[in-house]
Ligand binder design. Structure first.
Ligand SMILES: [Zn+2]
Length: 134
């Protein structure tokens, strides 16, 4: 009989895998625990590796635009979301995001000129904004 270092159960020697590096020639963990630990280890590796090794995002103009916004500040992100949710004017965007007017202006300029994620159009007196990729 040998005690497993993980589940601490005493089991027959046949219940342990071979490990020639050990004095008794057996793994310190029973076969069941070894299997579980191996599976857990694989799952951990997989979970950690996913962001780096996962499949590339589906290439599309819309997802690209969103990805671009995400790299920038939370204000630009908020403004982008507000426009996507239906806000069309500076004022509507400011109301929806609850950002200061200056911050909205800055974020709009960012999205418009730098990230090219949104477009703008002058309709009568009102300047309107829209999601470019949509
Ligand atoms: Zn065990």
């Amino acid at each position: 009989m040998k005690r497993c270092a993980n589940c601490e159960e005493k089991k027959d020697r046949e219940e342990f895998g071979k490990d020639s590096l050990r004095a008794d020639g057996l793994n310190i963990y029973c076969k069941i625990c070894t299997r579980e630990k191996t599976a857990q280890h694989r799952a951990n590796l997989k979970a950690m590796g996913r962001p780096l090794n996962g499949p590339p995002a589906v290439a599309g103009r819309k997802s690209n635009a969103i990805a671009r916004v995400r790299r920038f500040g939370p204000q630009a992100q908020k403004v982008y979301e507000a426009i996507r949710a239906g806000a069309r004017t500076h004022r509507e965007i400011a109301m929806m995001t609850k950002l200061a007017s200056d911050d909205v202006g800055e974020a709009i300029a960012d999205l418009l000129l730098w990230q090219k994620a949104i477009g703008t159009k002058l309709e009568g007196e009102a300047r309107r904004y829209f999601i470019r990729a949509a």
